[in-house]
Design a protein around this ligand. Sequence first.
Ligand code: SF4
Length: 364
Amino acid sequence: MKHLTEYSDPSSIHALAAEIARISKRPARIMEVCGGQTHAILRHALDTLLPPHVRLLHGPGCPVCVTPSAYLDHAISIARRPGTIVTTFGDLLRVPSNASGDLYAAKARGADVRMVTSPLQALDFARQNPDRQVVHLAIGFETTAPANAMLAYLAKERGLANVSLLVSQFLVPPILRAICADPETAPDAFLAAGHVCAVVGSDPYVSLARELSRPVAITGFEPADILLGVLDVLRLFEQGRAEMINAYPRIVHPQGNPEARRTIDTVFEVSDREWRGLGVVPKSGLSLRPAYAAHDAARIFPAPPPSEAAESLHCPADQVLLGRLQPPDCPHFGTRCTPDHPLGAPMVSPEGPCAAFFLHRRLP
Ligand code: SF4
């Protein structure tokens, strides 16, 4: 296939589905760890094209969904302080914290919370408001890390002391290891996120597939991309091979994006990280290096005391994000929990599995 439209051509898609049905002989559970892929699978009903013994599980690949409630409490406490401006991507605005509501409500009550499309907009706000601290909410996976790192790098280079980052950056490989630690629920194969691998490269996933003892296919986002990834992991699975296949070579190269990786390594170091509903996973995140401590909002603004409120009493998001519960099987799906009134983060972002099911697979 040479042109993007060919990746959503019905005849290609049905040919791939037929090939999957032909080669797949035994039950297989395949997990994608990317909210964009979850969304594409449900929007195009790709799971309905697979044989019944092949199941797609939707893993913890939505960055907003895995950002912990304590992080939001901290962000909201900063936003409520006089003299601060908080910048964020839009999908974090309505994610509920257990103790503090959400950023949208804080904004409605007067906090200066600004939606941005690039972290670098924080630099402009800082120049225009030299007497105020501009705090960017730096969340996401390896995909967002380069731009967030560049914000810290430029703030330091330009001597903008009133720019800081509240960091909750996640790394994908450690969470795949954590998922595979439970043999009862671990999937048989993974689809790895193409945009993550566009940054880090396909090379690290060669040894990761061996380590996980499972096939991994680096996969894109068009319907044929996803079915190609499914076909590749099923071929390996049927042959008992724990290997990596790059099914997205038009974007992902073995070394990834060396410039982006250099920027990440300059600014960030690997650290333990809390995942919402999943607890602290060792070495699963990035934090600012000591050289960037002056731009670390977590040091400038101490976190509020831990909330007594447990992770949502009503939302079994951890079970959904580990692929153990399909969103429609949650008792609150579509009733108490909808995109307009979300009980949990997976219903907020369009990349969240609950929102994706609600938008594309709601029962009449
Ligand atoms: S449907 Fe709502 S309550 Fe249920 S897991 Fe999803 S976000 Fe949580």
